[in-house]
Design a protein around this ligand. Sequence first.
Ligand code: CP
Ligand code: NVA
Length: 320
Amino acid sequence: MTSLSTTKADTNQRTATVRHFLSLFDLSAAEIIQILDRADILKQQREQGTLERTCVYKNMAMIFEKSSTRTRVSFEAGMAELGGHALFLSSDSTQLGRGEPICDSARVISSMVDVIMIRTFAHATVEELAAFSSVPVINALTDYNHPCQLLADLQTIRQQCDKPFEEISVAWIGDGNNMCNSYLAACIQLGFQLNIATPKTHQPDQELIQKAGNKVMLTTDAKLACQNVDIVTTDTWISMGQEDEKAQRREIFRDYLVDSTMMELADNNATFLHCLPAYRGEEVTDEVMESTQSSVFQQAENRLHAQKALIEFLLNKIPN
Ligand code: CP
Ligand code: NVA
């Protein structure tokens, strides 16, 4: 007979060894490359109709406390393609929305599924979920970062630039937000040059800037940041949860619109990236979005491949 104390010890042990993906720092540089390599294989297999079902009978709970198109579709379709299943849980249709604590929800949900994905506001919520979950937790965006998006961006950057990450340069233009913090984490992990142009009042996380050292160049001048870079990228000026600051933010960021003049300052073969959704006429012009330099839809599709590779990695299912 299993005693209560044995059950609790087993659960604690499982929790201690489980791998989570709350930021790019939860992976080594070699593991990031392993996931990107697998993502390229999964993309190719999908095109050839030879996908392997590596996660049969595996279930993913997807907790959404904010809106989503790409993240929901890519995780849900991705789990189905892997032979598993995904459950969509919005905060207003679960007890989370009625105040059931994260620490209780984590233990309940993780006792029934194999992996949990969460999109929420405070980063501390994701950390608490991971601390109490007995299965891997994937951060699908917080106010602090968006690491899943970065896996797709890195896959796209590798597809576009035929050189090692250490030789690549990226310009981040606009708000020093969750996406910008994730670019900083990627630059720290993989060693590319990152030029960040933001207003002084909207810089990214200072700890990450310190950590990036001379790999990061901080400026308020968007044109300076774009000089000769391989990648120009930006994001909305008004992130989810900042809707009340709309008018003020449109004013603060008016000099940070990525247009064709800005793209001309970058390398001739430079690529434009945007995590989407994009607001044409605010952070980027329609012309740049639709130009041959724009790889935003390839980037969006890569969410599917990169996250499938991540799920396989966290569930120890990447074939040898
Ligand atoms: N880029 C991204 O995460 O898009 P969604 O908000 O549509 O999921
Ligand atoms: N910075 C944006 C990213 C959306 C994918 C937001 O947090 O709303």
